[in-house]
Design a protein around this ligand. Structure first.
Ligand SMILES: NC(=O)c1ccc[n+]([C@@H]2O[C@H](COP(=O)([O-])OP(=O)(O)OC[C@H]3O[C@@H](n4cnc5c(N)ncnc54)[C@H](OP(=O)(O)O)[C@@H]3O)[C@@H](O)[C@H]2O)c1
Length: 328
């Protein structure tokens, strides 16, 4: 974690360097499940609160509203484009190499931007392209494709060459998929964005990424408590990380909230994290994680809570050869 300039670190200044030399702010702002009519105000509030890293995706169906809010904040002089670290993700229906550039162009058009700071392959499994469908199905089964993510990656590399994206990375990739990608890549993935929190610590994956200088971004850092259904209607044992007694005990000890402990858990380990909120109050409170430090003992206790409990399972494609959650 870089201590930039003089004074205390904050949501605007705490950042880490990526393997391509770019800098990624450690505390970002999530936009999944934020309704299009709510997300603009949320992004505006986040930028006002100091967030400089905005995490989005084509599949969140709200990029136009995110882009409008970003544009407004730039035109108001609150931030410049250069201050911001904007992330989007290539959806599974666009893994064919010839679909990669049109996809980023559509995202850039939606966001009203000329480049992204980071573009990620959202998930290693590709789906068939069916116009207007994010999740094409036939008789209940997802229509997967056999496109190899290594071929998709080559097209991602070309986006860097052409200047449409500064950095490229992946999301939801496991160790063997990263190893395979590293053995074939011309540009190494800068980031792997994965689900991480004390109930899913993925220590082997974290250590692997750190050893290969692949930065991590932790998604669903609060355990995605607002989800009405586990992603894609899968039933998971509902757990409330924010009510965990150990998390609450550590929060009380530091006079912080459980959410602030869960965010600090990543930032202190140089892992970026991207909590989502549409509440102006929580958007601000979630930034107050730079004025205290967890002890080694706290970190040990939090890591000890692991139970391999995953919010985003994508079990509907679990039979695919590239389904990532079968090993580490
Ligand atoms: N790459 C991927 O496959 C992937 C998958 C999932 C998520 N993501 C990214 O990661 C982001 C975060 O993950 P997530 O949205 O699943 O879950 P999350 O950030 O763990 O949790 C969001 C939920 O927590 C609530 N919340 C926020 N701050 C809170 C606080 N201080 N106290 C109590 N509740 C609080 C929010 O409600 P309110 O909005 O009402 O405040 C919302 O319901 C996503 O938005 C998305 O950008 C990426």
């Amino acid at each position: 974690m870089e201590r930039s300039g003089r004074g205390e670190m904050s949501v605007s200044t705490a950042r880490r360097q990526l393997n391509d030399g770019s800098w990624m702010p450690l505390l970002g702002f999530g936009t999944w499940k934020s309704e299009p009519e709510m997300v603009g105000d949320a992004v505006s509030a986040a930028i006002d609160a100091g967030y400089r890293h905005i995490d989005g995706a084509y599949s969140y169906m709200n990029e136009a509203e995110v882009g409008a809010a970003v544009k407004k904040k730039i035109s108001e002089g609150v931030v410049t484009r250069e201050d911001l670290f904007i992330v989007s993700k290539l959806w599974c229906t666009f893994h064919a190499p010839e679909d990669v550039k049109p996809s980023v162009m559509e995202t850039l058009h939606n966001l009203q931007l000329t480049y992204l700071n980071l573009y990620l392959i959202h998930f290693p499994v590709g789906f068939q392209k069916v116009p207007g469908e994010l999740l094409p199905r036939h008789e209940g089964k997802v229509l997967v494709s056999e496109i190899d993510y290594v071929d998709t990656w080559k097209a991602m590399e070309a986006l860097v060459d052409e200047g449409f994206v500064k950095s490229i990375g992946v999301s939801n990739f496991n160790i063997s998929q990263l190893q395979r990608l590293l053995s074939k890549a011309r540009i190494f993935p800068a980031v792997n964005q994965v689900e991480l929190h004390p109930y899913l610590t993925q220590t082997e994956l974290v250590e692997f990424c750190m050893s290969r200088n692949i930065a991590l971004t932790a998604f669903s850092p609060l355990g995605s408590p607002g989800r009405s259904l586990v992603f894609l209607n899968e039933s998971a044992d509902p757990k409330d990380l924010l009510k965990d007694p150990v998390v609450k005990m550590i929060a009380e000890k530091h006079s912080k909230s459980p959410a602030q402990i869960l965010l600090r858990f990543h930032i202190q380990r140089n892992i970026a994290t991207i909590p989502k909120s549409i509440s102006p109050e929580r958007i601000c409170k979630n930034t107050e994680v730079f004025d205290f430090e967890l002890t080694e003992g706290d970190l040990h206790l939090l890591l000890g809570l692991n139970r391999n409990w995953r919010v985003c399972q994508m079990k509907i494609v679990q039979d695919h050869r590239f389904y990532p959650f079968t090993d580490s």
